[in-house]
Design a protein around this ligand. Structure first.
Ligand code: COA
Length: 655
């Protein structure tokens, strides 16, 4: 069996139903909706799913393997990016250490040989290491630290009725997407004319992170597997219910059936339950220990299994509003950590890969657990679902025409666990109090304006971040931008380092009252070009961060001491990312948000649209130096100053 197919069939030991196998599925899509674009009525009728290796995975075998960059190239680039960050003396000391590491037959060469051997053996030499270090071995709580939130545009309802109706349509839209994954009919994603790895798409539905005492694991139950799940989990008032949404032939139940069952669930959970879901906001070791003990009880085991295997989770929330925050700031809080124990944090299961929240006041969002995928596949799913919802034609308020099972998930909770839930509650309250979130759409211009100036919008925004940070802090900082590595088999991300010698020269010119607009524009273009060049290199496998981490992990793997290059203060400085940034584009007016990675830093997520840019900025109150609102105001000012320079420079100097 080809290794890719083998991976597709890899299932958890916890899965019921024994061996996985591939099968031909007969599947009828029962819900009628207008196809987007053509606005015609579409009834897909009965379709036969292709076997594994269908359209969605058709390019998989043609993808290259993620390369190991040449050692000297990485060391040269590492020193280059340190230049704006460390003083001359520190730089000279670090250069000595780097030269020593990279000398012929030195430690660097030995570790590089190890990586090259690993490259030969594996589909992706870095994938398991990344999964372990960035996700499953990470022990801090997943809330705010790991799992991003997504804020949907406010929906047009303001009642419990509207909440349930929207939830039913959302479920139907997600099932339609699940159908495309089951039949592998999704189009292959392309970037710059090149196909991308589609592996992440089959790891987002019916997937879950499972807490462990020292390390977590990730499980997935793909739809083409025998006994693949046919239920979702609905959370209401801290209760969890398994709701069957596909019949035995894997055909989705009708909208009206789902709608009536959601009403039943609400009726059955009027009194709030013990907020067990708060445990999923805990430190992973703490939660891992509780989970291990709890699952010895057969009832708990069954309920955990139902949650783990479910296709996704829908949280029917109450509308709460924290004083002093805007509507969207509140939804961001709900998405990132449930808004606190007095809000909806107990009505969540943060280990679940996909969790959607719907409030009666039209507030909608989601939280996703990051182990298996980056933002783009999730956003594609959300865009699809919102298109589906906008075009559903079926009437919802007719009697249910089928019987979809509802099962209340019961838990046996002892007094010790109740104490741990209480501790989780206070820890989460503190986290919520410390977190600042500013959801700040910038409406003066969008990516089309930047494109007309013949510049990359992404690089332009990154330069605005550099300018803003320097204005507020009087010094530069190491900056992380996520760049996709999906052109490689099982590729995830590489760091695009936005701070460069060129970005610093540009920032200083912008802040120098004597600089002329023509000089500012010239330096802006140079900095944007340097950023774009780094981006291209990083996405082609010639970045430095994954390689450096690989060299360090190789040293540990073969029992060597961690080399000095990684113990050097310059290395700590260059990986102390006080700006952690990511672009997540979406067709709909969505805003993604995530927490800062450094306690004294910012989380900066942006979604550029043709005529505006959505920004989500986070920081912690605990740092006296950072303030998300202040950053947001200064960022707006920076973007306008950059535009002003472009428009006031003499025409011949603008290009
Ligand atoms: N002149 C005119 N137009 C230009 C231009 C120039 N000099 N440079 C770029 N453009 C255009 C592009 O053609 C593109 O056009 P489109 O809107 O028609 O698609 C648009 O501007 C945007 O390009 P750019 O701003 O350069 O960014 P990008 O779309 O190439 O994205 C990354 C850059 C790094 C964000 C992207 O490649 C990536 O890796 N995304 C994934 C990040 C990720 O995984 N995030 C998730 C973390 S959870």
């Amino acid at each position: 069996m080809k290794s890719f197919a083998r991976k597709l069939l890899c299932i958890s030991k916890e899965a019921e139903g024994g061996q996985a196998s591939v099968m031909q599925m007969r599947h009828t899509v029962a819900i009628t909706y207008k196809s987007v674009g053509t606005q015609t009525l579409v009834d897909r009728g009965t379709q036969t799913a292709p076997i594994l290796g269908g359209r969605m995975f058709s390019q998989q075998k043609s993808l290259s393997k993620f390369p190991v960059p040449p050692l000297q190239q990485t060391l040269y680039k590492y020193l280059l990016q340190l230049q704006p960050l460390v003083g001359p003396e520190e730089y000279e000391q670090t250069k000595q250490i780097v030269d020593d590491f990279g000398k012929p037959e030195g430690m660097g060469e030995k570790l590089q040989m190890g990586l090259l051997q690993k490259f030969k053996r594996k589909d992706n030499w870095f994938a398991d290491w990344w999964s372990d270090t960035a996700y499953l071995g990470y022990r801090e709580p997943v809330v705010v630290n790991v799992s991003p939130g997504i804020i949907f545009p406010r929906q047009d309802f303001n009642s419990l009725e509207g909440q349930i109706e929207f939830a039913a349509k959302l479920i139907a839209g997600l099932l339609d997407y699940n159908y495309q994954i089951a039949t592998q009919t999704l189009a292959v994603d392309m970037l710059g004319g090149q196909p991308l790895c589609m592996d992440q798409y089959h790891k987002i539905l019916a997937a879950c992170r499972i807490p462990g005492v020292k390390k977590d694991k990730f499980v997935v139950f793909p739809p083409y597997q025998v006994n693949s799940p046919r239920h979702i989990v609905v959370a209401h008032n801290n209760h969890f219910f398994a709701l069957e949404v596909l019949d035995e032939d894997k055909k989705p139940f009708s909208l009206s059936t789902i709608y009536h069952q959601l009403k039943n669930i609400m009726d059955q959970s009027q009194v709030a339950a013990v907020p067990l879901g708060l445990l999923t906001t805990e430190h992973r070791n703490t939660w891992g220990k509780v989970y291990k003990t709890m699952k010895k009880d057969a009832t708990n085991y069954h309920s955990f299994d139902k949650i783990n295997r479910s296709l996704f989770m829908v949280c029917l929330d109450k509308s709460t509003h924290a004083e002093g925050h805007s509507f969207y700031d509140n939804i961001a809080r709900e998405a990132l950590y449930g808004g606190g124990s007095r809000s909806n944090s107990g009505n969540r299961w943060f280990d679940k890969t996909l969790q959607f929240l719907i409030r009666p006041d039209g507030g909608v969002g989601m939280c996703y657990e990051h182990s298996s995928a980056e933002g783009p596949p999730i956003i594609t799913l959300v865009d699809h679902t919102l298109d589906f919802i906008a075009n559903v034609l079926d009437s919802i308020d007719k009697p249910a025409d089928e019987t979809a099972d509802i099962e209340r998930l019961e838990f046996n909770i002892n007094s010790k666990t109740v104490d741990i839930i209480d501790e989780a509650k206070s820890r989460l309250e503190s986290l919520g109090d410390e977190l600042q979130i500013s959801i700040a759409p910038f409406t003066e211009f969008g990516k089309n304006y930047v494109k007309k100036q013949m510049m990359s919008p992404d690089a332009f925004i990154q330069m605005a971040f550099q300018l803003t940070y320097y204005k507020l802090h009087g010094e530069p900082t190491a900056t992380y931008e996520s760049g996709s590595l999906r052109k490689f088999q099982y590729g995830r991300t590489e760091t695009i380092r936005s701070l460069s010698v060129d970005s610093q020269v540009f920032v200083k010119a912008m802040l120098n009252a004597a600089s002329q607009p023509s000089e500012k524009v010239h330096l802006l273009r140079k900095a944007v070009a340097a950023h774009k060049a780094y981006t291209k290199d990083a996405m082609a496998g010639d970045g430095i961060d994954r390689h450096l981490l690989g060299l360090k992990l190789m040293a540990i793997e073969i029992g060597e001491n961690v080399p000095e290059i990684f113990m050097d203060p310059s290395f700590s400085k260059s990986t102390h990312f006080r700006m952690s940034t990511s672009q997540v584009p979406a067709k709909h007016d969505l805003t993604m948000c995530f927490g800062p990675v450094a306690p004294d830093g910012y989380g900066l997520c942006y979604n550029p649209h043709p005529d505006h840019i959505n920004f989500a900025i986070t920081a912690y109150n605990t740092s006296p130096e950072t303030d998300s609102d202040k950053f947001s105001r200064a960022l707006r000012e920076s973007l306008l100053e950059m535009k002003e320079a472009l428009e006031t420079a003499p025409p011949q100097s603008r290009l």
